[in-house]
Write a protein of this length. Sequence first.
Length: 174
Amino acid sequence: MKLSDGTIYLRAVEPEDADILFRHENAPERPETTVTTAPVSRLQIMNYIKNYSAELRGGGSLRLMICLENQGETIGSVDIYDYNQRDRRAYVAIFVEKRWRNSGYGTRALELLCSYAAETLGLHQLAAEVAVENEGSVRTFGKAGFKTCGRLRSWLRAGRKYYDVLIFQRLFFN
């Protein structure tokens, strides 16, 4: 299955995605955006890809790669995680390669993912935690129809610094 809006598409994770996932998991430019506490190796990424199950209900998460329709180039990934089957909700996270940021592709990817989450997966809502300092992600989630519904003070730590987090939420069925 390929989810497309004519400009980008979302697809399943493939072994050739190891390098982009490696960069994603070890992104050094924004320490407040990562939850890892140690570098992730290429071997760990390859094992993740090898053992990955895209079944949201079984594994509690779903990762899709963001690709440019006209070039087929992979420019990032979007994740649904912490899936709660009873309440039909989950969290979402997105990573877009640095050179493709501020191009609208992240917003398009979130919109595609939200349509898929609502229509195919039957989710009621998605939420996201975004560091206040991550202005690009704050804009992206807002443009994709997510509403700010809270702020957690000193929620993320990177080194000796703490960062506030905005909670975003998008409801699909009222």
